[in-house]
Design a protein around this ligand. Structure first.
Ligand code: LLP
Length: 434
């Protein structure tokens, strides 16, 4: 059987199918658990769905991948090969993009808190600085002058739009820490300042509403506000911007049978607004979109092994060898990842899948209707390709899991499992007796 078929069966809810059982048993045997498994073809399919939705509707377009969702260089490389450009949040992510083969000039660096050394590193590599505030703007100007270069800059704008998603990942609302506020002439003053400071070339404008957005309304309102502001900049400051970045945030279905906003629906909703506003503006900037989750979430599963099953007077717990150290989203956001029990077709019962971190809050899945597994069985958590491994830690002195990329009939280790030695790699030798 093909490796991919096993993964797709599990995703479709047929984790008891022989193809799924064979593939998960094989991968767990060869690579151990907990294990991240990604399907390369799913990443390509998602990139192509995004491209197919936007390319025909927007002649001037750049699609980016927000590396924070998954910084593995092999994954980044796959997305670069699909024609996407990197969007990054740190020096480490700039380096990941460069390692994957991106040109510095093609990288967009957004962060609300950039250190002086990050600004220098970005400027040395000709990375486009997406500036969050006036303090940072002055630092960028000074750094560019000192380095004898010109910093290409845009502003991250806080548009004051609520896209109606989880509070923790809602970034475009007025009270969030991100960006220069559009309202009250603040953003306009920022652009004015940028045109006056030395060493800067003002190139565009950016915003990002939040994450896991499943409706188009917030994007529509934002596109109108942003383009109206771009017109204000042209008319009042004589500025002509080369791009308008509307951020990422495209949601995915996290439940069986759920359907959410597709990239076509988003592109369709934006197109008339874009055309109308561009006509009023009198020139056409590039439209940039920069999803993370949409491109990689569904490609990834986290596979864990059941250590024990216990029934208490209140609940039945399935104790697995993964936890919020390997998949943080349930504990951090109350996110619900579907769980598939591999190779079991017994009638479902209500179970809690509990992690192995020594904390009450380490429940990976609560009150789920699942076939009851036994110790030694495998379970898979779906949609873990985005913000899964990327947010993993070594908490409780557990080495980081391995990552495997399935491509057709091959499974390649794209990150080997962490080791116990590595847990202490940066401690001075005296502390470990070495
Ligand atoms: N652009 C900017 C400026 C961002 O801040 C983000 C995500 C993205 C793009 C990509 O957003 P996406 O398309 O993936 O929704 N750890 C959380 C998500 C945090 C997102 C932070 N910013 C989670 O696991 O749900």
């Amino acid at each position: 059987v093909s490796l991919r078929e096993g993964l797709l069966r599990a995703r479709a809810g047929e984790a008891d199918h022989p193809a799924a059982v064979a593939v998960f048993s094989l991968l767990a045997k060869e690579h151990g658990t907990p294990l991240y498994v990604y399907d390369a073809e799913t990443i390509r399919e998602q990139a192509r769905a995004l491209t197919a939705a936007f390319v025909p509707r927007f002649p001037r377009l750049k699609l980016r991948y927000a590396l924070k969702a998954n910084t593995n260089v092999h994954i980044v490389r796959l997305l670069l090969a699909e024609g996407l450009s990197p969007e990054v949040v740190s020096e480490g992510e700039i380096r990941a993009a460069l390692l994957a083969g991106a040109r510095g000039a093609d990288v967009l660096f957004t962060s609300s808190s950039k250190s002086p050394s990050e600004i220098d590193f970005a400027l040395r590599h000709d990375v486009l600085l997406n500036v969050d505030n006036l303090d940072e703007l002055a630092q960028a100007s000074a750094a560019a002058t000192r380095l004898g270069t010109t910093a290409r800059v845009s502003f991250r704008i806080n548009p004051g739009v609520d896209p109606d998603t989880l509070h923790q990942i809602n970034t475009g609302i007025a009270e969030s820490k991100f960006g220069v506020h559009l309202d009250g002439g603040i953003a306009r003053a920022a652009y004015e300042t940028a045109t006056r400071l030395p060493g800067l070339s003002v190139t565009g404008i950016h915003c990002h509403l939040g994450s896991q957005i499943t409706e188009t309304a917030g994007y529509e309102e934002t596109a109108r506000k942003m383009l109206a502001f771009v017109r204000e900049l042209k008319e009042e400051l004589g500025l002509r911007l080369s791009f308008v970045d509307l951020g990422g945030g495209l949601g995915i279905p996290f439940r069986d049978g759920e359907s959410v906003m597709s990239p076509e629906r988003l592109a369709d909703a934006l197109k008339p607004i874009w055309e109308e506003e561009v006509a009023r503006l009198g020139y056409e900037p590039e439209l940039w979109i920069e999803p993370g989750r949409f491109l990689v979430a569904q490609s990834g599963l986290m596979v864990a092994r059941v250590n024990s099953v216990k029934t208490t007077p209140v609940k039945t717990f399935v104790n697995v060898d993964a936890g919020f150290n390997t998949l943080l989203r349930p504990a951090m956001y109350g996110a619900e990842h579907r769980v598939r029990v591999v190779g079991k077709s017994t009638p479902p019962m209500v179970l809690d899948v509990a992690g192995d971190v020594c904390e009450t809050g380490d429940i990976l899945a609560a009150d789920r209707s699942l076939p009851r597994p036994e110790a030694g069985d495998l379970v898979a958590f779906l949609d873990a390709g985005a913000y899964g491994f990327a947010m993993a830690s070594e908490y409780n002195a557990r080495p980081l899991p391995a990552e495997v990329l399935v491509d057709g009939d091959t499974a390649r280790v794209i990150r080997r499992r962490g080791t116990f030695e590595e847990l202490h790699r940066s401690e001075p030798a005296g502390a470990t007796g070495r």
